[in-house]
Design a protein around this ligand. Structure first.
Ligand SMILES: *Cc1c(COP(=O)(O)O)cnc(C)c1O
Length: 360
């Protein structure tokens, strides 16, 4: 077996100890006589797995008791529609911040349900920064304010939490949730598809403040009504059981590591290794404003774009995979989520240096 360092943006690398444990428990989970995949979601074994995963996630993020934690399906893209369906609560408009590819997708979907006021945008600058709070034009009558707290493709991360007064703040935190401590109490709702930094694809985590649920639009599908799912313990329909189980193993891995403060220290060190190098070379370039650079997704380009294919091919030969940038922006991108070990980041930077020596 030869595991590569996988810099893919998602589905993404998972912690090796988690994969090992899942493999060990594949045929039989804890003397149950069966695999987690084969269990009834209403049986006592899976109910315990689910409850433990929720408790561990609450502990890691310090989720206040006045918030529900839901394990749903449909990915972040489903939430682009599910959020307006649940949170408009009879209002006609919502504020959105456009900071990149994913926020634009969220806006396009929300426009099917309400009037979207784009409160701030960095599109004119090629989405290379996070629009500063002073420039946000918020509407006090908006149902909520939505932003993408880490733009997975552009590599733009909000290192601060916007202040939206009494209007609930909603974050698509898909690609940096659990990478750092988070003040959940400042949000109305946080959602994240699991396949970036939580676990396998198929699970979507929603953390929502109690007072925001129970007023979904009449046409909201029951499986996407936060109140219905909250009352059913996320089991109005069959949840993605195996994905919940693996996510639970990831939460335990994070707790053993020392929690999110420790994880953040490691992520800061990993990102610094790449950015420090990018800052002292002319051979590569980083497109993002320094103060808004993502710790999770690092886009970069070769000044000589003709070398891109050679770069990717040689990187792959070294066991450094999935470094190609998103088709919408090109260039390279290194996603270095929680599960990417420091050795992987070191191997990447070593390779980048060597490639520069050979082609610079
Ligand atoms: C990946 C991603 C999405 C889309 O997730 P799906 O699970 O494919 O729906 C949305 N927002 C962000 C920030 C992402 O990184």
């Amino acid at each position: 077996m030869a595991r590569i360092f996988n810099f893919g943006a998602g589905p993404a690398t998972l912690p090796e100890p988690v994969l090992r444990q899942a493999a060990e428990e594949m045929l039989e989970w804890h003397a149950s006589g069966m695999s987690v995949m084969e269990m009834s979601h209403r049986g006592k074994e899976f109910v315990a797995i689910h409850a433990q995963a929720e408790a561990d996630l609450r502990e890691l993020l310090g989720v206040p008791p006045s918030y529900k934690v839901l394990f749903l399906q449909g990915g972040a893209a489903a939430q682009f529609a599910v959020v307006p369906l649940n949170l408009l609560r009879g209002k006609r408009s919502a504020d959105y911040v456009a900071s990149g590819y994913w926020s634009k997708k969220a806006i396009a979907e929300a426009q099917r349900y309400c009037k979207v006021n784009v409160a701030a945008s960095s599109e004119d600058a090629g989405f290379n920064h996070a629009p500063k709070q002073e420039r946000w034009k918020l509407d006090p009558g908006a149902a909520y304010v939505h932003y993408t707290s880490n733009e997975t493709i552009g590599g733009v991360e909000f290192h601060w939490i916007p202040d939206t007064g009494d209007v609930p703040l909603v974050a698509d935190a898909s690609s940096h949730i659990l990478s750092r401590p988070l003040e959940v109490g400042r949000f109305g709702l946080i959602y994240a598809g699991a396949q970036k930094n939580i676990g396998p694809a198929g699970l979507t985590v929603v953390i929502v403040r109690d007072d925001l649920i129970g007023q979904a639009a009449a046409e909201t599908p029951a499986v996407f009504d936060y109140k219905v799912q909250a009352e059913a313990g996320s089991m109005h329909n069959t949840p993605p059981t195996f994905a919940v189980y693996v996510a639970g193993l990831v939460f335990q891995w994070l707790r053993k590591l020392g929690g999110l403060k420790r994880m953040e220290e490691i992520n800061v060190a990993k990102a610094a290794l790449v950015y420090d190098y990018l800052d002292q070379t002319e051979f590569y370039a980083s497109p993002v404003a320094k103060e808004d650079r993502s710790r999770m997704n690092i886009p970069f380009s070769l000044r000589n774009t003709a070398l891109e294919e050679t770069f990717l091919k040689q990187a792959k030969g070294r066991g450094l995979a999935q470094l190609k940038g998103h088709r919408s922006v090109g260039g390279m991108r290194a996603s270095i989520y929680n599960a990417m070990p420091m050795e992987g980041v070191k191997a990447l930077v070593d390779f980048m240096r060597e490639f520069e020596r050979n082609h610079g």
